[in-house]
Ligand binder design. Sequence first.
Ligand SMILES: NC(=O)c1ccc[n+]([C@@H]2O[C@H](COP(=O)([O-])OP(=O)(O)OC[C@H]3O[C@@H](n4cnc5c(N)ncnc54)[C@H](O)[C@@H]3O)[C@@H](O)[C@H]2O)c1
Ligand SMILES: [Zn+2]
Length: 368
Amino acid sequence: MRTLTVELQDRSYPIFIGPGLLQNIRLIQPYLKGPQAILITNDTVSQWYLKPTLNALKQLDLKQVDIHIIADGEQHKTLETFEQIQSALLKKGHHRNTTLIALGGGVTGDITGFAAACYQRGVNFIQIPTTLLAQVDSSVGGKTGVNHPLGKNMIGAFHQPTCVLIDTLALRTLPQRELAAGTAEIIKYGLIYSESFFIWLEENIEKLIALDPETVTEAIEQSCAIKAEIVGQDEQEQGLRAILNLGHTFGHAIETGLGFGQWLHGEAVALGLLMACDLSERIGWLDNSIGKRLKHLLQTLTLPTTLPKNLSTEQILSLMKLDKKVLNDSIRLVLLRSLGHAVVTEDFLTDQLIKTLNTFTTPTTLSS
Ligand SMILES: NC(=O)c1ccc[n+]([C@@H]2O[C@H](COP(=O)([O-])OP(=O)(O)OC[C@H]3O[C@@H](n4cnc5c(N)ncnc54)[C@H](O)[C@@H]3O)[C@@H](O)[C@H]2O)c1
Ligand SMILES: [Zn+2]
C-alpha cells in the first residue's frame, strides 16, 4: 500500500492506494467523527461493491450505517439527487457528527461531497473512488458539486474529505471506455506538471490500459501526488490550481453542447487537451511535436481526436464563454508554455482560437 498526504494544515488528509484496500477498510476508522455513517453509491457500483463494503464496514466502530443508492449517470448529478440525499439524512436522524461515505465514480463523489458540505452546514465525508477518473482526480482536492441545465458543475462548494481510500482492484470491473477516459486525466498531469511523467506514460500506456498492477498503482500515485501538490499550494483556486483545468474549458463546452452523458467527461477532456496543445502551438509557445505525441497517445487509447459532426465552432465558442473561467467577457484558458508547464492566459486572439476549433470540427458540406 502507498500513502500520500494532501497538505492543508488542519484539514490535511491521507490518500491510501493499493489492491484490495476495500477489505482493509479499518484504515478509515480514525477519520470517522461519530457513531453514524451513510454509504452513498449508485445502482451500478452497488452490484459489485455494496455487499463487500457493508461487510467490511462491520469491522468499524459504528452504531448506525445507512445506505442511499442514487441513479447512475452524469444526467443525475443534479440538485434533485442532492435533495434526496438531504432527505435521507434527515429521515434517518443523522447528526452533525455523521460521516458520508462516497463509493463510486466522480459523479457519486461530487454529489456526496456537496451533500456533506451542506448538510447541517458541513459534515464529515470520506471518498472511496471506484473509477480511474475518480481515483486520480475527482476524489482528491475537495471540489464538490452538481450540474445545472445551463452549465456543468455550476453549483458547488469546496469541501475536503477526511480520507481517500483507493482500491485499485475495483478497476477490474470498469468498462474499457471508462478506463480510457480516466487515462485522459492522467495524461493531463504529465502535460501540466511533469515532462518525465508524460514520457513514462508514453512508455507504459499499453501496460496501464491492460491494468498491470504495478503500472496502475504507479500511475495513480503519481497523479494523486501532482494533484495533492497543486491543491496543497492553492486549495481554493486563486491561481495555480486552475492549471488542473487544462483542456476542461473546451471539454465542458463539448459535454454541454452534446448533452450531458453523450461523451464521457474524460473523452471530452481528451479532445480538449489536444485543442489546448493546438492553440499553444498556434501562438508559438509549444513545440509542434507535443500535439502529435499527445494525439498518438489518445489514439492508442481510442479516445476522440475530432469533434462530432453535430457540433460547430460557433456553438463551442459560445459555450466556452459561459464557462467559469471567463472574466470580464474574455475567455481565459490554460495553455502550455512547454511540456510539463501550464499557465492560465488570455494571451491569444479569438481568431486563433477559432482556427483551433475549426481544426477539430467536421466541415459540413452544403447540399444543393
Ligand atoms: N471534483 C473534481 O475535482 C472533479 C474532477 C474531475 C471530474 N469530476 C467529475 O467527475 C465526473 C466523472 O466521473 P467518472 O468518470 O468517475 O463518472 P461516473 O461517476 O459516472 O462513473 C462512470 C461509470 O462507471 C460506473 N462505475 C463506477 N465504478 C465502477 C467500477 N468499479 N466498475 C464498473 N463500473 C463502475 C459508474 O456507475 C458509471 O456508470 C464528472 O461529473 C466530472 O465533472 C470532478
Ligand atoms: Zn476532469
